[in-house]
Design a protein around this ligand. Structure first.
Ligand SMILES: [Zn+2]
Length: 380
């Protein structure tokens, strides 16, 4: 608890550099009685959080242009901010995706930009479904999600570990194709995931790329909702929270777990109107932090559904905020005492873009398309 004696410090500007401390949480000294910030652990509510306010954060994934043409328009009309979780390589990638100017306009209107990987990389693991011999170059797995963004992977079981480089997947989509054999055999049930360097690269480059585009990014949404304990541990070095580790969408304000947040999809095919109403009632009765997510490209996430959700919240005096504002108000991160932003919405910390970086062509060519994400999410 000695951290409570530390002077409150505003954490540093977004950077891709690895922090010197054990976790980002280590930089933060939450204000208020009983508040302590520990990586991955429950953060006791601050004094402010004890008088909990029901809050709601909307998050929209994948950076499709419909975030702007449909969703942003509804949110703006009802004066409610939201968050866009954007794979950094998607910005300006094609007319299907948000352009730099659209995302900038959203941020200037109070939206928060969140990380969603560089090219929507799966940060968790998949499982071998067949034995792999030392000279095999095919990994039969329960999912080929890793092949959508081919990188170096590690295969491991117990103390045995080998690495290889993915080049894609099989024609029938049932196996991961390796550039060369592992040189080690593994039985069915072994795990496959990207190497730590790949995960670190994804976490840092996503943040840096969005930062270079003028957006402060300090929370993330897991691509495909996939994670493992290593991923959550590494994420803490770069980000303040993860929005979609659990499902349900109701988070205790008094014992918030920023790296294990729960989010619910509110598309019409995932949540009925009565379920949405009940969700809002529970946000109020439990004084929760509610998290809702969706994909603006999904035909089941209509403007009408978004309007309904916002109005149900506003009728109940639920405070609709960005993730950053929620984390600040709850005491998980420091409030911005002296905003450096010239934005009309200081809480977003939005800056004017200073550079026009080129997107990663390497990632672009390997990215299959986030449209599969919400399709995939239906299967989860
Ligand atoms: Zn996604």
């Amino acid at each position: 608890m000695s951290r409570q004696h530390d002077a409150p410090t505003r954490r540093q500007s977004p950077t891709a550099d690895r922090p010197s401390g054990p976790t980002r949480r280590g930089f933060v000294t939450a204000v208020g009685a009983g508040a302590v910030a520990l990586g991955g652990l429950t953060v006791s509510g601050s004094a402010a959080a004890q008088e909990a306010t029901p809050r709601l954060v909307f998050t929209y994934d994948d950076g499709y242009v419909e975030d702007y043409t449909q969703t942003f328009a509804v949110h703006r009309q009802l004066d409610a901010p939201a968050c866009a979780a954007v794979p950094s390589a998607n910005v300006g990638r094609s007319e299907k995706f948000l352009s730099q100017s659209q995302l900038t306009e959203m941020a200037e209107a109070g939206w928060e930009v969140m990380s969603h990987g560089v090219a929507h990389e799966a940060l968790g693991q998949v499982t071998l479904t067949e034995r792999v011999s030392a000279d095999d170059t095919k990994l039969y797995t329960d999912s080929t999600v890793l092949s959508r963004t081919p990188h170096e992977v590690e295969v491991f079981a117990g103390d045995t570990r080998a690495t290889g480089t993915l080049t894609g997947d099989g024609e029938d989509g049932s196996y991961l194709q390796l550039e060369s054999a592992l040189g080690t055999s593994f039985e069915s049930g072994a795990s496959v995931r990207f190497t730590e360097d790949v995960v670190r690269d994804t976490l840092s480059k996503s943040k840096q790329s969005l930062s270079d585009r003028g957006f402060d990014v300090d929370s993330m949404v897991l691509p495909y909702g996939r994670y493992d304990e290593r991923a959550l541990s590494l994420i803490q070095e770069y980000y303040d929270s993860v929005a979609n580790v659990q499902r349900g969408g109701l988070n205790s304000t008094a014992a918030i777990r920023p790296y294990r947040l729960s989010r619910a999809y509110f598309d019409e095919d995932r949540m009925s109107e009565s379920e949405l109403t009940s969700f809002m009632d529970r946000v109020v009765s439990r004084k929760s932090l509610g998290l809702l997510g969706g994909h603006s490209r999904n035909p089941a996430l209509t403007g009408e559904r978004i309007k309904l959700a916002i109005e149900l919240a506003q009728e109940r005096d639920i405070e609709i905020v960005t993730m950053r504002t929620a984390l600040q108000e709850i005491g998980v991160v420091e409030s911005t005492a002296t905003p450096t932003s010239t934005s009309t919405s200081p809480a977003t910390g939005t800056r004017t873009p200073t550079t026009t970086p080129t997107s990663s062509t390497d990632s672009d060519t390997s990215f299959v398309g986030g449209f599969v994400d919400w399709l995939f999410s239906l299967l989860n």
